[in-house]
Design a protein around this ligand. Structure first.
Ligand code: F0G
Length: 489
């Protein structure tokens, strides 16, 4: 087992007998049902084999995303009832602003309706045509916003991030040598800011260590570049720092989160993740002049600075959710659920990104379906097969989602993410998912490839349509600018 400069390597664990006991009880239930095999097949055809096109009731266990899918607490629901829907100066904004200031220590707080709205505002102000934007790994919306302004996203995660088996405990870390090379090199003037994403969603929900973040901040100060953090999963990241990084075990998750924010010039957050809400986000910056410019854009695109595209009651739910996500019993259960599913799959011999990350289990598609070449879209083929087998909805995180628009970055991993919504599913749901994945694993040699028959230029994974390879009656493709990986055959 390897070790690392940033702390203990994470040892493979014996399969977990059970997930941690829930630190909550259930007050409201939402019925779900398993559609019959024929219904699933018909749904796949109607959806063009893209699970984003399914109706929610066609899905049994929905692991498409952990974003905006949390169950809110009774206190959050109560918070909605004290919404003060004043256009300007709502008391819920005051609470929200105070909460974000307290947790991050950053003074200028700008609400936005979700994370990509914050990205739109930030990159709209800071990045320009010809610029280079380094990150550990860009997520799809982040990458698209960088590209939209004519800049180039660079993924500078450590090499271990690209090895699904490497036991490095912080595979979200930035490669400091490569960052220094960039910031001290001939292209330095083209770098308007440095970003780090907590946790690294694209690379498996992998955390970034405090030591690494300190190193990034040191380089940014030395080369006079602002550091911005995407903190949408920072509570999970802080929990990993506390449990995996030497010297951090006695600190509270809140104190760690605060130190992380202290290193940055600003943060942006999709509160749909570690804000435990169904909608919302924000930007927080230290520079008052930048804040003023961002607020001008905010009024244009999102709304007045005391609501930023949200109902004021939503701001109240975020304020409460941000604090609840820092609760250590909640985090222990949350991360424990992900580990339980990961261990259940590993026990069956199924290849996944290890150690498991914070918000989902990522299947290693290349090793799951080695008989399918990249142009046969193995990630999409596997997504479809999990739905066909048991109406489980996951998402491809690979060559379809990241379609070569980050030149200069290593090719993406070929993963299938099973994201776990917060406080939504129980251990028996996760056991069911492990059984479904296990049944597909047992018949993996028979899984056929897919091809893309229709796709838009940008963010194509959301709306592309696919067809199974070798299926009879597939008509010739209608292409709308498909690029790169669309299968042939
Ligand atoms: N940054 C990261 C790291 C994300 O994972 C996401 C969204 C965003 C920004 C954008 O936030 O959705 O509120 O606009 N991730 C979701 C996912 C969609 O499924 O991982 P948003």
């Amino acid at each position: 087992m390897g070790s690392s400069a940033f702390g203990r390597a994470v040892a493979p664990r014996p399969p977990a007998a059970s997930a941690p006991v829930e630190p909550y009880r259930i007050k409201v239930v939402e019925p779900i049902a398993l559609p019959a095999p024929a219904e699933r097949e018909a749904a796949l055809v109607r959806a063009g084999y893209n699970l984003f096109n399914l109706r929610s009731e066609e899905v049994y266990i929905d692991l498409l995303t952990d974003s905006g899918t949390s169950a809110m607490s009774d206190r959050q629901w109560a918070g909605l009832m004290v919404g003060d829907e004043a256009y300007a100066g709502s008391r819920n904004f005051a609470h929200f602003e105070a909460t974000v200031r307290e947790l991050t220590g950053i003074p200028h707080v700008i609400p936005a309706h979700q994370g990509r709205a914050a990205e739109h505002l930030l990159f709209g102000q800071l990045a320009h045509r010809g610029d280079l934007v380094p990150n550990n790994m860009h997520f799809d919306t982040t990458q698209a916003h960088v590209v939209r302004v004519g800049a180039t996203p660079l993924n500078l995660a450590i090499p271990e991030a690209y090895d699904c088996d490497d036991p490095h405990p912080f595979k979200g870390n930035v490669d400091l040598a490569r960052l220094e090379e960039l910031l001290a090199g001939p292209s330095a003037a083209r770098v308007p800011l440095v970003m780090v994403t907590l946790t690294n969603n694209t690379g498996g929900g992998q955390p970034v260590s405090l030591a690494n973040l300190r190193g990034v901040a040191r380089l940014c100060r030395a080369h006079r570049k602002p550091l911005y953090l995407d903190i949408c999963r920072w509570a999970e990241n802080a929990y990993f720092i506390r449990t995996r990084e030497p010297g951090q075990a006695r600190r509270s998750v809140r104190a760690i989160g605060r130190e992380v924010a202290d290193l940055a010039d600003g943060v942006l957050m999709s509160a749909k993740k570690d804000g435990l809400v169904n909608m919302g986000g924000f930007l927080a910056v230290r520079d008052p002049e930048l804040a003023a410019r961002l607020k001008e854009d905010l009024i244009l695109y999102e709304g007045f600075p005391t609501y930023g595209g949200l109902a004021r009651r939503d701001l109240e739910a975020i304020s409460i959710g941000l604090a609840e996500a820092m609760d250590e019993r909640y985090l222990e259960h949350r991360v424990g659920q992900v580990r339980f599913l990961a261990d259940s799959l590993t026990a069956r011999g199924i290849p996944i990104v290890r150690p498991p990350g914070g918000h989902g289990v990522y299947l290693d598609v290349r090793r799951f379906l080695p008989h399918l070449a990249p142009d046969r879209l193995p990630g999409q083929a596997l997504v479809v097969e999990l739905y066909r087998e048991g109406a489980v909805r996951g998402v491809e995180v690979g060559a379809i989602m990241f379609d070569g628009s980050a030149p200069g970055s290593p090719p993406p991993l070929e993963l299938l993410r099973l994201a776990i919504p917060r406080r939504v599913y129980t251990e028996s749901h996760l056991r069911y998912v492990a059984d479904v994945v296990g049944r597909v694993w047992d018949r993996r040699a028979g899984v056929r490839g897919m091809r893309m028959v229709e796709a838009p230029e940008r963010m194509r994974h959301f709306t592309a349509r696919f067809a199974p390879l070798g299926a009879p009656g597939v008509r010739s493709p209608r292409r709308r600018g498909t690029r790169g990986v669309s299968g042939t055959g």
